[in-house]
Design a binder for this molecule. Sequence first.
Ligand code: CO
Length: 295
Amino acid sequence: MDEKTYNNYITAGRILKETREETKKLIVPGASLLEIAEKTESIIRKKGGLVAFPTNISINDIAAHYTPNENEKTVFGEKDVIKIDMGVHVDGYIADSAYTVCFDPDKKEMVSVIEKALEKALSLATPGRPVSEISEVIESEITSFGFKPVSNLTGHKLKRYQLHTGFIIPNVRTGIKEILKENDVIAIEPFLTDGGGSIKEGRDVRIYMFEKQHAVRMNAARQVLSAAKEQFSGLPFALRWIKNPKGILLNRAIRELVSVGSIYEYNILKEIMGGTVTQAEHTVIVKDKPLITTR
Ligand code: CO
């Protein structure tokens, strides 16, 4: 890894960490999801970073991929369990980190356990380490407290302008053969639940991503496709980020782009039995002494 790449990863991680510290105290019952998301994204930009993906604010049995829409009025409830997953990039080099805030005193253990599982996993991000060992440690830590790891959500490798690429880091034992190499940049993100132990796609879509250039009929669709590719650099985006077109025209443009395969939809992800889900995540550069960029 050259010095410039390294410095960009470190800077992205520092911006994320500072943004997390400034926004964490705003996560209280009654606070608006839209305000939290917009505040997070504007602090990232103010600090000189770019937003790598829309701030995910996923509550209770929603595990991931929920971001508030423009004009959304949803506020946090008195007993919500909230996953905040945020991303920063500097010149395409990404920092990805998540944490859980729990207002329900009966579910606090689900937060401490997921943090412990992440901690143990991070310490194993060393060269030569089989990915399967990390998965094993996450699974046994979670199950030792009587919870279930979410089997179909995984950590992932990061590359420039690529959020999920190369190998995955499952949160349960698998036969995966991958071995970590020095300077691999990975996001480790265990999820646990008191429900069934896996997620399914919900109908709702809040997050999209450029997939492939195709000829499209509508002018509005061409505008959206160009924003997806250029302005958002092929990384995930939210409709509230698009200033033109808006409203019905924007929705029609998105429908056309999805139907021709130009835009990928991230459906919201829900626990299969409606269980509560907690998450913790950091980005780490694989080294003899693992370098956690987002802390
Ligand atoms: Co991630």
